[in-house]
Design a protein around this ligand. Structure first.
Ligand code: ADP
Length: 366
């Protein structure tokens, strides 16, 4: 609201405090004088004032941007061709209460808006304020998809567990050998559920803190050596060698546990999916004021069309293959969130048949 001008207040006798009833009639002409245009232009949301004939009398720059035309001076139907909005404006002009109308615009991307239409007094037109709901709806859809995916991922091993239990209690009731085999299968399904829940919790913890930059000091060279040691058993099983390029300390600002999780996820993936190349290289270096760590494998690589989607939750090039290797489809989503929290970048370079390279850049400790 524009500041109350002293001339208005001085109209009041000083010996009594004005009550609301007194202020309204006195302020109204003042606000009108202050000009509705100032109010409209001060709003960050797209806003327009339409007169009793449906002509747009005032519009702010946000409205012109969203409608891709400056609607001022044009009939409202020239910029918003949505019958429900035009009807709401006509109704508000005729004195009806505030109405909101949600509508979609199909251009190169689908955008969703809410038009809030308020009458300005019978016959005097209406104020239309637009809200862009596109991002909100996208987030809502992603959340719903995520819940559906997570439930599906948990339900699959749960169904397998129930099936094995039925067998042990039914057909294999007296077959000790079969029971041992089914118990082993149940163990691996239970492990899968545990991994999934661990990853989901990890992801939600990191997301919650994503805006807070970790403050510790971490030497990425030590992180790489630690991860190589932790995964030495897995590397041996895969008959694959993990090599680290020689380098001195490379200190960044960050959380050691989280950066270990990042490098471990990348090296584990390289061993899970790229071990046919027989070696995995961890390279460390610096570019400007960023430390760079890359994990390179010489396996089958990843076809180009999958690369932009790899960090999406539950996205896997081959679901069966990932499951068979104990994957949850959440590893790279976790990597991306941790790197973001460190104000860093993740890049992926891969070509079918030529192996893959996953690199992270994290700001060096100042
Ligand atoms: P997962 O738990 O399935 O391994 P990630 O999020 O870690 O999930 O990885 C997503 C998918 O990216 C994997 O399922 C796999 O298809 C692909 N991927 C990741 N790293 C590699 C790699 N080094 N080589 C080939 N494919 C990879």
């Amino acid at each position: 609201m524009p500041p109350i001008r002293p001339s208005v207040l001085t109209m009041w006798p000083f010996n009594r405090t004005p009550d609301a009833q007194d202020l309204v009639p006195a302020l109204a002409p003042e606000i009108r004088l202050a000009d509705a245009a100032d109010v409209i232009h001060a709003l960050s949301e797209p806003a327009l004032i339409v007169d009793g004939q449906g002509m747009v009398r005032l519009a702010n720059s946000a409205a012109a941007e969203v409608l891709e035309v400056d609607p001022a001076g044009l009939h409202l139907s020239a910029s918003i061709r949505i019958p429900a909005v035009l009807e709401a404006v006509a109704a508000a002009t005729a004195g009806e209460d505030r109405v909101s109308v949600d509508y979609e615009l199909r251009g190169s991307i689908l955008r969703v808006f809410r038009a809030q239409v308020s009458g300005l007094g019978a016959g005097r037109g209406a104020l239309v304020v637009l809200r862009d709901l596109t991002r909100e709806q996208q987030i809502e859809r992603m959340r719903a998809d995520f819940v559906a995916n997570a439930s599906h991922e948990l339900r699959t091993p749960l169904a397998a567990l129930s099936g094995f239990l039925d067998t042990i209690m039914g057909a294999a009731r007296h077959d000790e050998k079969a029971q041992v085999r089914f118990l082993g299968l149940m163990r691996s399904q239970a492990d899968r559920m545990r991994r999934l829940i661990d990853d989901l919790l990890s992801l939600s913890r990191i997301e919650m803190n994503e805006h807070v930059r970790p403050a510790g000091e971490v030497d990425l060279t030590q992180v790489a050596a630690h991860v190589r040691d932790v995964l030495s058993g897995m590397a041996r099983e895969q008959d694959c060698e993990v090599m680290i390029s020689e380098t001195g300390p490379l200190t960044v600002t960050g959380s050691r546990d989280e950066l270990v999780q990042v490098v471990q996820n990348l090296v584990e993936n390289a061993l899970k999916y790229g071990s046919s190349g027989k070696r995995v290289e961890i390279r460390l270096g610096r570019t400007g004021d960023m430390a760079e760590l890359s994990v390179r494998d010489f396996g089958p690589g990843i076809a180009e069309e999958h690369i932009p989607r790899l960090t999406e939750r539950f996205y896997r090039v081959n679901v069966q293959d990932s499951r068979a290797r104990g994957g949850t489809g959440l590893g790279l989503a976790i990597v991306k969130h941790i790197v973001n929290r460190h104000r860093g970048r993740l890049s992926i370079v891969s070509r079918s048949g030529h192996g893959s390279e996953f690199s992270i850049r994290i700001p060096l400790k100042a």
